[in-house]
Design a protein around this ligand. Sequence first.
Ligand SMILES: [Fe+2]
Ligand SMILES: [Fe+2]
Length: 328
Amino acid sequence: MNSKIKIVIVDDEPTNLMLLEALAQEYEPLTFANPLEVVEYLRHSAVDLLITDFNMPRMDGIELLKKAKEIQPGIMSIMITANGEESVRIQALDEGVDDFLTKPYSPSEVKLRIKNRHILRLEERSTQALKEREHEALRILSKTAEYKDPETASHVARVAHYSKLLGRLYGLDKEEQEILFYAAPLHDIGKVGIKDDILLKPGKLDDDEFELMKAHSRVGYEILADAENPYLRAGAVIAQSHHEKYNGRGYPLGLTGEDIPLYGRIVAIADVFDALTSIRPYKRAWSFEEAMELIKSEKGEHFDPVLVDLFVESETQIREIFIRFGAE
Ligand SMILES: [Fe+2]
Ligand SMILES: [Fe+2]
């Protein structure tokens, strides 16, 4: 991992610019006297920290900060203001500035403020790297779950997208939407515990076989249940509850209504809708419209009525996913 952060310093006063450059020299900063050139530079080069004077001709520090954030939302910033520019500081905070230097500043203050940004950025980077590794592990786990399952990888991808969309429409925050996205593909992980002659049977299952197949909810839950990781914990909940029905006629527990965990109610719609629109050894692929009708007709029966309404209302977005991750 690169441990140096990229710093850009902007000041129209050459002496100030040289001083700041000297104070930040260990980071080899880039210096600009003209903020318009900075905007151009940001369009093609990633920058970690923007240190900008407020008072500059052509474009002031606030304008520059606004533009910089538009181009690179993750950029950090320090604004240099003069004493008495209180309203500037308020405006800068409103635009998301991270820190200030007030003229006249001492060299050690400048160095410390830059160092603090440096530490924060490195922390951000390692959190990001950790997250990517976690997502990779989850993808591989999902892939393992799908490996023998006749339901395909694109089924799993669509279920993830439909579930995330439903979560968003329901008002879940970004973090929960992401959890749904990564956990929904684990809904059938328990199929690893189902015998091949049942799992891979080309025709419809008879009653006894279906009873055995039902065990995949419990097995999936057992595999994931003692996890600490929030994605895997959500996966456990989803594995256990994605075949419950709102009217209480589902399995394994026969829960009703909102006793069924929300994630399970969401994935139930996503999973059934996608299974209907996919070809299976024992059935043709239903059309988008036919599947929508079925979902509507199960409102309050198989599915949570509120979620059905949200699903139906956002037909356009559903169709986008349907087409984009379309049938193989
Ligand atoms: Fe299932
Ligand atoms: Fe499924």
